[in-house]
Design a protein around this ligand. Structure first.
Ligand SMILES: Nc1ncnc2c1ncn2[C@@H]1O[C@H](COP(=O)(O)OP(=O)(O)OP(=O)(O)O)[C@@H](O)[C@H]1O
Length: 283
């Protein structure tokens, strides 16, 4: 397969049930979407709507009740380093130095020590942590630990980066710095990113496209295509265009019915922006 096609995600009519017996319920209902190679897509939705469930299925940790999940045309059946996962809380080994934490994925692949440490150094530099190779994770700030976590995942050259609220535990200022860092890294490596967040500003700042989910059972109720120019500037968040889209997303998230049916879009602020187009899915 050519490099140009690496990292395409295809989800078709995905349904996932969770729980046992009487407690069994439908967490995801008829979810379908495609993400192009190298695209940056954010998912927003109310708490408990199934965002992490969706990511878990893409990671290969959860089996669908129905439907298909593919990356580059290959069905997802188990976890694989081609799909790198970053969570809110890091998964670094506290007893290993930062450099060894990052190099660990290559150790598992049997790459010789010098080669893997060399690669780890390059990645630490990419995430702005040159000079911290010999530190232990506990000596780093939360933002720095997440940088190490990103480097640790990137060492496997994933085709797809699956990120579940990766900056959710950080203070506001560090979070903004991490968003800029992630965009910078993404621009250089251009892996496909699927990023889950509760934070509408974060989604609007980062994404090429936002998928909005309904309350449980989670469905995709709207797709927003964002045409803000890249590289994104921090003052983007104060522009009228950005504010209008933010209001639109807030309205979507606040005014959904408990059964997952979305509010009638006629009642939403119309989107006439040159920087976005909204496409209705499954309404
Ligand atoms: N293993 C499980 N067994 C039973 N129910 C579960 C399980 N995992 C999650 N749930 C429930 O499934 C629903 C979807 O959970 P999920 O974590 O995917 O939602 P989410 O949108 O990521 O939520 P949040 O934004 O709060 O993190 C929730 O109601 C949750 O309580």
């Amino acid at each position: 397969m050519s490099d140009a096609l690496q990292g395409q995600i295809d989800i078709q009519q995905l349904h996932i049930h969770l729980g046992q017996g009487d407690q069994r319920f439908e967490a995801l209902q008829d979810v379908s979407f495609t993400i192009k190679p190298g695209e940056f897509v954010c998912i927003i939705g109310p708490s408990g709507c199934g965002k992490s469930t969706l990511l878990g299925a893409l990671a290969g940790h959860l089996q669908p009740s129905q439907g298909r999940l593919h990356v580059d045309g290959k069905a997802i059946t188990t976890p694989h380093p081609d799909r790198g996962l970053v969570f809110q809380h890091h998964t670094l080994f506290p007893w290993k130095k930062v450099l060894e934490n990052v190099a660990f994925g290559l150790k598992m692949k049997g790459i010789p020590r010098e080669k893997r440490l060399d690669e780890a150094r390059k990645l630490l530099s990419l995430v702005g942590l040159a000079g911290f190779e010999n530190s232990y994770p506990a000596a780093l700030s939360g933002g720095m630990q997440q940088r190490v976590e990103i480097a640790r995942v990137l060492i496997n050259h994933p085709k797809v980066l699956l990120m579940d609220e990766p900056f959710g535990a950080l203070d506001a200022q560090t979070r903004l710095m991490m968003q800029e860092l992630l965009l910078d890294v993404w621009t250089r490596i251009r892996t496909t990113v699927l990023f889950i967040t509760h934070d509408i500003d974060e989604a609007l700042f980062l994404a090429d496209r936002i998928l909005v989910m309904s309350p449980r059972p989670g469905r995709i109720i709207e797709e927003l295509v964002l045409n803000f120019e890249r590289p994104r500037r921090t003052d983007l968040v104060t522009t009228p265009e950005f504010m209008q889209l933010k209001r639109h997303c807030l309205h979507l998230l606040r005014h959904q019915h408990g059964d997952g049916a979305p509010v009638e879009l006629e009642r939403l602020t119309p989107l006439n922006s040159k920087n976005s187009r909204n496409i209705r899915f499954a309404v």
